[in-house]
Design a protein around this ligand. Structure first.
Ligand SMILES: [Zn+2]
Length: 77
């Protein structure tokens, strides 16, 4: 799987809304790919940070989407 596809799946991966097979693909990939590994960590941090801001409420989808959008833009080749 290509990096770009991995990045697309990261939001679901972090939310655990992902198929087991896909999760395994991602985990295998980030073991081999430093770039995606750091993207995953950055994304996780961003998500957790915004969850703290929103306390225990769910982050509005709109905001969450734009977060991932920005992350994707940043790492796009
Ligand atoms: Zn990668």
């Amino acid at each position: 799987m290509k990096c770009r596809e991995i990045i697309k799946l990261l939001s679901e991966y972090i939310d655990r809304e992902i198929e087991k097979e896909e999760r395994e693909i991602i985990e295998k990939h980030i073991k081999l790919c430093k770039r995606c590994e750091s993207i995953l960590h950055t994304t996780e941090k961003t998500i957790f940070f915004s969850r703290t801001l929103y306390k225990n409420e769910k982050i509005p989808k709109k905001i969450e989407k734009s977060l991932f959008y920005q992350i994707r833009i940043r790492y796009k080749k």
